[in-house]
Design a protein around this ligand. Structure first.
Ligand SMILES: [Zn+2]
Length: 294
């Protein structure tokens, strides 16, 4: 087995940034977390972390999106149309490239999907889905350890849902009146209930409402991709019982359509085995792959 390389990973989130140094098999050795501010001060802190320690062979970045992740894109590395102040059109690849080592860029969700596929709940599976439910809703379809390449990254959180009767809540998505992110993301939950899902009492109807919407999304993903397992991470997923409720809602959505029994088994919808480290682990794996490719 080839010896391990020391590489760097960045998880660039909308509210916080995590940086890590670790081995190219995805193991984190040292990490730091800080708040996301504007792009320049944020990258100054990121570069400072890596310049202040032993040299790394490559850097993997998992970023919030939408972001141009294909090297053949004319706007490769740039954030596309984010509402986050100051970040629109910011060139992440160029900013990370200031470190002078090869850079691999993907979405934060794809990075987390890679991490779970290599070391976590999606390991050894033909096909898995990593879904994050937090500030937004996003997902990655991972086949044999790799997020599916396409014309861009997927945006599973913007799939339209059927509203629960009586739910006239105004979507928080600026583009869609009925998408999953607009109805069931962290900001939607905060605006609906004035609290996060985990803070609601166990018998609060909000649990069934949100799980119902997530279950609808899961049913669509199952019908499209027939994954072996679905991981749900992100802040909203930390509400106790969320995975079991969403799994039950998924099965209710399929309504007995038994085209494959795997979806009905316990453990089909699970939290990330790597917890909050899935994205950083994936970023380290991306860095390792990029260093070997050069
Ligand atoms: Zn939307």
């Amino acid at each position: 087995m080839p010896s391990l390389m020391l590489v760097g990973g960045v998880e660039l989130g909308g509210t916080k940034i995590r940086v890590a140094r670790g081995s190219d098999d995805g193991r984190i050795e040292a990490s730091e977390t800080f708040q996301t501010t504007g792009p320049e001060p944020s990258f100054a802190r990121i570069l400072n972390f890596f310049r202040g320690g032993p040299p790394i062979s490559a850097l993997g970045v998992g970023a919030f999106g939408p972001v141009a992740v294909r090297p053949s894109d004319s706007d490769y590395g740039r954030l596309r149309g984010t509402p986050k102040p100051g970040w629109r059109d910011f060139d992440i690849a160029a900013a990370a490239g200031a470190l002078g080592v090869p850079v691999a860029l993907d979405t934060d969700v794809s990075a987390a999907g890679r991490g779970e596929a290599a070391l976590g709940a999606l390991a050894g599976l033909d096909c898995g889905i990593y879904l994050t439910v937090g500030t937004g809703i996003g997902g990655a379809l991972v086949a044999h350890g790799q997020p599916l390449p396409g014309a861009s990254h997927a945006e599973m959180g913007h799939v339209s849902l059927v509203r629960t009767p009586g739910d006239d809540f105004g979507s928080v998505c600026p583009w869609h009146a009925n998408c999953a992110e607009g109805l069931a993301s962290g900001p939607a939950i905060e605006r609906r209930f004035g609290a996060n899902l985990g803070a609601l009492p166990d018998d609060h109807p909000g649990h069934a409402l949100i799980a119902g919407y997530l279950g609808q999304l899961l049913a669509s993903l199952v019908l499209v991709a027939a994954p072996n397992r679905i991981v749900i991470g992100g802040g909203v997923s930390k509400a106790p019982g969320l995975h079991a409720r969403a799994h039950a809602a998924l099965l209710a959505g399929l309504n007995g359509y038994g085209f494959y029994p795997e979806a009905g088994r316990p453990g089909f919808v699970v939290p990330p085995a790597l917890g909050d480290d899935a994205g950083l682990a994936g970023a380290l794996l991306m860095a390792g792959a990029e260093a070997r490719r050069r």
